[in-house]
Design a protein around this ligand. Structure first.
Ligand code: CP
Length: 317
């Protein structure tokens, strides 16, 4: 099967084969990190733009490193110091990047659907780096890659997603991705942070953490997204932590070899206890490492579709 998409906008529209193609390709790119020169010439001479309208540490840096390891030229637009503050629209900003011959634009935006809006109006490949409460596809792909690396499979795993499901684009993308790959997905959190009718996405809903964790293979812990809340949806952070904070004691309900994940950024002592972060079953740092490999794989697949990537991507520079 050949990759047949100009853009990477969401997980919902990808099929199982496309997801597996990305995960399989990422294995080869991770191998590049073990070399003394962590670089391949695949996207040499190509131009990638990071356009982030919301804060980011991991995703923005990871895309930048991924582009550099593929030998592309990458430009980071600091939106708060760009002409966006003078009122330039999203579309005009894109047109400006296109005029400078950008091949790929990576966008994070607070509006759900912003990447789709751009993709239908641009010749450049658009990659969604998180749009509002909608999706964060590359996070779900790196999470799936990380799970598969540790567990050897995704199919048949029981994965528990804990916390603020309502505002989480990570949760939505993970649910789509894990269901397509054959995992069983549970979500757990306060009823005010669970979207109505989320069962329709193919998940089982729990309101008690220990109950949700029973027999779990993987637990993926999410941050409370206060910046997206219009009003208080739980009494206090302390109370949230008391009921839904993941501790080593609570993890005893899961399988002894449970894999513990968090997309970051973490609020230690709120949704995750410091002892859990340091537990050897926790793979939060590996997730970050894998993010670079997965994003390299995505950029190469999009580049090959556009006819701008060299086929032999394993060759050192
Ligand atoms: N996981 C994630 O998207 O982190 P950043 O907000 O730091 O990019």
């Amino acid at each position: 099967m050949a990759w047949n998409r100009k853009d990477l906008l969401d997980i919902e529209s990808l099929n199982q084969e496309e997801i597996e193609m990305i995960l399989d390709s990422a294995v080869a790119y991770k191998e590049v990190f073990t070399r003394s020169i962590k670089k391949v010439p695949t996207l040499r001479g190509k131009t990638v733009v990071n356009l982030f309208y919301e804060p980011s540490t991991r995703t923005r840096t990871s895309f930048e490193l991924a582009a550099k390891r593929l030998s592309a030229d990458i430009v980071n637009i600091a939106v708060d110091r760009s002409s966006v503050v003078k009122g330039e629209s999203l579309l005009d900003t894109l047109r400006t990047m296109e005029a400078m011959k950008a091949d790929m634009v990576i966008i994070r935006h607070s509006c759900s659907g912003a990447p789709h809006f751009l993709a239908s109006r641009s010749d450049a490949s658009i990659i969604n780096a998180g749009d509002g409460m909608h999706e964060h596809p590359t996070q779900a792909l790196l999470d799936a890659f990380s799970m598969k690396e540790v567990k050897g499979r995704i199919k048949g795993l029981t994965v528990v997603i804990v916390g603020d499901i309502l505002h989480s684009r990570v949760a939505r993308s993970n649910i789509w991705c894990l269901n397509k790959l054959g995992a069983t997905v549970r979500v757990v959190g306060p009823s005010t942070l669970i979207p109505r009718e989320v069962e329709r996405l193919g998940v089982k809903v729990f309101y008690e953490l220990e109950e949700a964790l029973q027999g779990a293979d993987v637990v993926n812990i999410l941050r409370i997204q206060k910046e997206r809340m219009q009003r208080a949806l739980f009494p206090t952070v302390r109370e949230y932590s008391h009921i839904f904070g993941v501790t080593l004691e609570r993890l005893r309900a899961a399988k002894p070899d449970v894999t513990i994940m968090h997309p970051g950024p973490m609020n230690q002592g709120v949704e995750i206890d410091a002892a859990v972060v340091e537990d050897p079953r926790t793979i939060i740092r590996e997730q970050v490492t894998n993010g670079v490999a997965v994003r390299m794989a995505i950029m190469v697949l999009l580049g090959m579709y556009r006819g701008v990537a060299d086929e032999d991507s394993s060759e050192s520079q």
